[in-house]
Design a protein around this ligand. Sequence first.
Ligand SMILES: *[C@@H]1O[C@H](CO)[C@@H](O)[C@H](O)[C@H]1NC(C)=O
Ligand SMILES: *[C@@H]1O[C@H](CO)[C@@H](O)[C@H](O)[C@H]1NC(C)=O
Ligand SMILES: *[C@@H]1O[C@H](CO)[C@@H](O)[C@H](O)[C@H]1NC(C)=O
Ligand SMILES: *[C@@H]1O[C@H](CO)[C@@H](O)[C@H](O)[C@H]1NC(C)=O
Ligand SMILES: *[C@@H]1O[C@H](CO)[C@@H](O)[C@H](O)[C@H]1NC(C)=O
Ligand SMILES: *[C@@H]1O[C@H](CO)[C@@H](O)[C@H](O)[C@H]1NC(C)=O
Length: 670
Amino acid sequence: MKLKGLGAGLLSVWLSGFLLIALSFYGTLLLSPSSLNDRSLFSRVSIAPRITIFTALNVEEDTQQALLCIRSWLALSSQVTVVLFTQHIPSSSSSSSSFTDKFGSRLLLDSTIDFTFLGTPYLHSMLARSEAYISDIAVLMDPETVILPDFISALNYAHELDRDWLLVSSSVDIPRFPFHWDGKGHFWRQDSGKRVRFGELQKMISMRSWKSNSGERKMIMAWNNVDVPLHCGVIPPFLYQRGTYNQWTINEAMSCKQRFVFDATSTISSLFLSNAENKYIRSGNVSEPNTRNWEYIGNSHLAQLYGSLFFSGNKSSTLPKLLKCNKRYIFVSNSDRSLDLSLPSVKTGLSVGFRRREKISACISRSKSRSVKLDFVQKDQAVPLLKFPYDLESLLPLVADKNRTIVLSIAGYSYKDMLMSWVCRLRRLAVPNFLVCALDDETFQFSILQGLPVFVDPYAPKNISFNDCHFGSKCFQKVTKVKSRTVLKILKLGYNVLLSDVDVYWFRNPLPLLHSFGPSVLAAQSDEYNTTLPINRPRRLNSGFYFARSDKPTIAAMEKVVKHAATSDLSEQPSFYDTLCGEGGIHRLGDDKCVEPETNLSVQFLDRDLFPNGAYGDLWLKKDVRAECEKKHCYVLHNNWISGRLKKLERQMMKGLWEYDASTRMCVQR
Ligand SMILES: *[C@@H]1O[C@H](CO)[C@@H](O)[C@H](O)[C@H]1NC(C)=O
Ligand SMILES: *[C@@H]1O[C@H](CO)[C@@H](O)[C@H](O)[C@H]1NC(C)=O
Ligand SMILES: *[C@@H]1O[C@H](CO)[C@@H](O)[C@H](O)[C@H]1NC(C)=O
Ligand SMILES: *[C@@H]1O[C@H](CO)[C@@H](O)[C@H](O)[C@H]1NC(C)=O
Ligand SMILES: *[C@@H]1O[C@H](CO)[C@@H](O)[C@H](O)[C@H]1NC(C)=O
Ligand SMILES: *[C@@H]1O[C@H](CO)[C@@H](O)[C@H](O)[C@H]1NC(C)=O
């Protein structure tokens, strides 16, 4: 009242000062939610939280409907920003780029996350990336979701809670959404042009909610304090929009107890346009090549393999519900049907007070209709083997680049982390055309769950331990022989192959250079370490990194190599050299070539400064291997000339040429 007498200028100074103080206290509160008990200060300050919705979409596909939905989210409130993860960002000249202009600066496109070979985004990569955006509330939902304004009100309310929380809300499935978005008017219209009212949409939602909730429910997840993890565990490489992970995340967040997990289905009106799912062709036939069913099965496998057991066999559990009743929000714990006093309070002081129990029970019975269904994944003792609808022949056209070239790596289970590091490096260099050949079923299953394009080596020797399969061992000899047979098979199918062992670290993409050698040339790394000697000396051809073209001379020469290796007691490396350069190097040409006389195939030994082997120039002994290699403009560096798997792993990790974090199951972000 006193303030009334003061000048307007003074008032505004006072107000802004107060706001600043409040903001800084507010910041402190965010950092340590329980550090301040006196919340009276906040009852007068209400700052609209910044809401960032994370979603993913392939903008090159037909995404009209999803884009309309996203547009409708942005229209809900200026608090909303949308981050759309997409593999291909339309170039500014293309026509599809115009959609970003229309959305303005509140729609951000981000292509820095990881995708599978089919372009499916990885959820863990999306969530990790989401932490880079500054926001008060993060939301994860499917792009084909229609949300109504009560979504914003519920989040504004949740923002006032005095602890960290995770809100979940089930969306109602609707096969056909009969309205279209009016971008100018910011509302949905009927075909007749008539504006659709909020109440009509809400009614539509409440009518559908009584239908059976068969299948995987679509959900919205929202959480505050975006720097704090959602749960205590590590997210496995779930595929986005392929089911299971919502349930899994709720389960983990509840067992972790760091966040208050609650169900806001009754307070948030949302629809999932389920016709959008048809594009994934959820046929039951896993052998059908264009089905995406295996991706759903893969997600459920991951959920069974990883995570807590908290909810297994406990079907009676339900989440506390957030209800809106008499224009107030209340929390209800469904297990005992009464107001749970341990539930969090609200900063504003407009809190959860109730005088009469009847009122509460009236709200509860009204809310019975809709809630998040907790179908927790059962932990099976034995996870059945995952079927993969692809084989080598069907993967090649999916993976190869426009030159019909693939990058092939061959790995056994004990090298799975190194395989992942290699894969992460290729992703980082934007080399998508790689293919993994699994030497055993464990590697095959592992790779499917990682979303890698993988096939089982049909020639792989069975019943051998790959644990210490290092150079010179019996195992190494057997394994290397299957490599050339697999390469030959792919060449015969009409694709060029760059074979790169997983212990070859890539600094930059060598493919354009390797292509430049032209036809009838096989380019291979040299294993010579003595700087004064020619690089094509006998038996110095390294069969762990070479580029073979699918042409007549190469195929004929590779056939000779495979034949030679089959009768030799040694590994395939000498077979390569003795076949292509002649025993003792009689077919050598100059200091860096050989010509195989029968097929006229030339072998080009690659410049060691650009393609150093593990012993050349003592590169691995340098303090800063990366800087040294970059100075030489290396394309790759081979982590060979070292004995033992563990020493090899250690060397690569110690020197910072390691790209995979096995503890988070994610590529290292740099
Ligand atoms: C599944 O798909 C494969 C490949 O298209 C087909 O050969 C097979 O007959 C199908 N099986 C069933 C049960 O429909
Ligand atoms: C089952 O749920 C109840 C109540 O929600 C909980 O107290 C109990 O610990 C749960 N049991 C298991 C095995 O998770
Ligand atoms: C697998 O290896 C073990 C030990 O090396 C041997 O005893 C066994 O006979 C092998 N099995 C087959 C099917 O080759
Ligand atoms: C594809 O082949 C052309 C012609 O040989 C070459 O210039 C280009 O660099 C190749 N592209 C890649 C990605 O290797
Ligand atoms: C390299 O080769 C030369 C000539 O054969 C030899 O004298 C020298 O000792 C070799 N160096 C190493 C490090 O082996
Ligand atoms: C290899 O080249 C020689 C000389 O150019 C030619 O006579 C011979 O026919 C060629 N061989 C093949 C298999 O192309």
